[in-house]
Design a protein. Structure first.
Length: 87
């Protein structure tokens, strides 16, 4: 499915993001069907500066809320404070 998505959208490797039911989100480099028995292994793409991020997770299929596939990483900008109404 990922190869077809990449070919259709003209990208070398699409970005796959996993969201778990607890709200945790990870950008993946690989998904494997091991160890089986309702569990999968996901390899997490290394993020710059995030030393606490795991290299891989073995998770039950039921803990996956969604998988997002994109052509490119979306820019995540932290916003602090508040916006004043336009005068």
């Amino acid at each position: 499915m990922l190869a077809a998505f990449a070919e259709e959208h003209g990208v070398e490797s699409p970005v796959v993001e996993l969201e778990l039911v607890d709200g945790a989100r990870f950008v993946l480099s690989k998904i494997e069907p091991e160890p089986g028995y309702g569990m999968v292994t996901v390899s997490v793409r290394a993020d710059d500066g995030d030393d606490d991020a795991p290299d891989a997770l073995i998770i039950p299929l039921g803990s996956i809320r969604r998988l997002e596939v994109r052509k490119a990483p979306e820019a995540r900008v932290a916003s602090f404070g508040f916006n004043l109404p336009a005068a």
